[in-house]
Design a protein around this ligand. Structure first.
Ligand SMILES: C[S@@+](CC[C@H](N)C(=O)[O-])C[C@H]1O[C@@H](n2cnc3c(N)ncnc32)[C@H](O)[C@@H]1O
Length: 270
């Protein structure tokens, strides 16, 4: 993983929340919320909560009186989340690295995490931390993206950028968000961390966006792909966005855009 892959700061959090969350994250947040609500937790922890897509969906599905701690490595992501969810006194926002959770043993009924595990350099360590802070009868609910070939718009954007940077194409999307999808590896990592009861499901959905330009802005400017483009040539961010928009427009037309997305959803118990 490159050092910038886990940095969600500067202009990224705002664009991420405005463009990317409705396009590809909200639909899976609803799925996580259904799974979490089915466990009727009183005290829950979210890791890698980002701008709060799951936090909002889960909070809407749970009653008053629960306690919900939402954490993320990057404060600027949590700042957007906290602003959007102001006034919900069930929720505490806290900066935390998934690999060193600042909580005591057996504090939480449920731990959830949406599209975060791919960013953890030490996944077994992070899963071990989840198991430690979870009650012995607790559940860890999380998801990861499936391979990039099953996530059409992201793949098309990645291929499009090869034309702008042929010698050193930005590979963030392949390397990190879509780099942890082997179900045998995920199961093995969880088992090494002490989980025993593990269910894994493949979940296809359709992503929708109002236009090709919207898709290009979301992917090129609202993710760490932005830093990777800027590291090659900071003046080319708009050119990169335009090239991706052009390729998406050619494939999907100049109106609203649809594309298959696919995730792997995991529920794990000790
Ligand atoms: C793709 S975003 C997902 C955010 C949110 N869960 C959502 O569904 O929109 C990945 C998140 O992982 C966070 N992250 C990266 N490394 C992390 C770590 N070691 N511990 C906790 N969070 C981390 C990033 O800050 C970012 O918010």
């Amino acid at each position: 993983m490159s050092a910038t892959d886990k940095v969600f700061a500067g202009s990224i959090p705002g664009i991420y929340d405005e463009y990317l969350v409705p396009m590809i994250f909200a639909v899976y947040a609803d799925d996580i919320a259904r799974r979490v609500a089915a466990r009727s937790p009183s005290v829950l922890l979210e890791i890698a909560a980002g701008t709060g897509a799951v936090t909002r969906a889960v909070a809407a599905a749970l009653p008053r009186g629960i306690r919900y701690v939402a954490t993320d490595l990057n404060e600027p992501m949590l700042a957007v989340a906290a602003r959007r969810q102001a006034g919900d006194d069930r929720i505490t926002w806290r900066q935390a690295d998934a690999m060193a959770l600042p909580f005591g043993d057996a504090e939480f009924d449920v731990v959830c995490c949406q599209f975060g595990a791919m960013f953890f350099p030490g996944r077994i360590k992070a899963y071990g931390e989840v198991k430690r802070v979870m009650k012995p009868d607790g559940t860890f609910v999380f998801n990861v993206w499936d391979r990039i070939e099953d996530n059409v718009l992201t793949q098309e954007a990645t291929v499009a950028l090869e034309t702008l940077f042929p010698d050193d194409p930005p590979r963030f999307m392949v390397r990190t968000p879509h780099g942890y999808y082997d179900q045998a590896v995920i199961r093995d990592d969880l088992e090494q961390a002490g989980f025993r009861d593990i269910s894994i499901e493949t979940r296809p959905e359709i992503s929708r966006a109002p236009s090709a330009e919207y898709v290009a802005t979301a992917l090129c400017q609202g993710t760490p792909l932005r830093s990777e483009i800027e590291a090659r040539d900071a003046s080319k961010l708009q050119a990169a966005t335009d090239i991706v928009a052009e390729v998406i427009r050619r494939r999907h037309g100049s109106g609203p855009v649809e594309g298959k997305i696919q995730a792997i959803v995991i529920e794990a118990r000790p």
